[in-house]
Write a protein that binds this ligand. Structure first.
Ligand SMILES: [Zn+2]
Length: 168
């Protein structure tokens, strides 16, 4: 049941993005469709080369430059966004998850799963963290905070189990 709902949501999301793209005057080419369907509705970070490998399975002739061009276009249109983690790692994420002024992200370093503003960061933690930080930043650094993004990274539940079963 849950899986069926997931499938329907994914289909709806893909239709939504395709309509957005069409509405902005762009054609739905096969690479565009393939890339959009990868993002589907899963909150997950993808690297360009990961997307390339997935799309290549169905479109063996596709080149990495087409992938980069399509990702750039989708980023420019704000259908997806580029997310930089550290200086050398850029990832792409579905834009509903990243065009927020204020967000707390938890990212799995291993599989790229993204958890955003999850209930597990309960309100008490959020309020303490944000209110305190805002006060201190204003007092000590003379900045009135209006937006913030906080990233926690580590291993998600699945990857922790995987690492325990197959230690390096
Ligand atoms: Zn993981």
């Amino acid at each position: 049941m849950k899986n069926d709902n997931k499938k329907i949501n994914k289909k709806k999301n893909i239709e939504y993005w395709e309509n957005r793209l069409k509405g902005l005057g762009y054609k739905i080419t096969e690479p565009r469709r393939a890339i959009i369907s990868i993002f589907g509705n899963e909150s997950k970070l993808y690297k360009a080369d990961e997307i390339y490998l997935i799309v290549k399975k169905d479109y063996p002739d596709i080149g990495i430059s087409t992938i980069y061009r399509t990702l750039e276009l989708l980023t420019r249109l704000k259908l997806i966004c580029k997310f930089n983690l550290g200086s050398e790692r850029s990832y792409y994420l579905l834009s509903k998850d990243c065009y927020k002024d204020t967000a707390i992200y938890m990212i799995c370093d291993n599989c790229g799963r993204v958890i955003i503003d999850n209930d597990c960061l309960n309100n008490a933690v959020k309020i303490r963290l944000i209110d305190n930080a805002e006060k201190h930043i204003f007092k000590n650094c003379m900045l009135k905070v209006s937006k913030f993004q906080i990233i926690f990274s580590g291993l998600c539940d699945k990857c922790v189990v995987g690492k325990l079963e197959n230690p390096e």
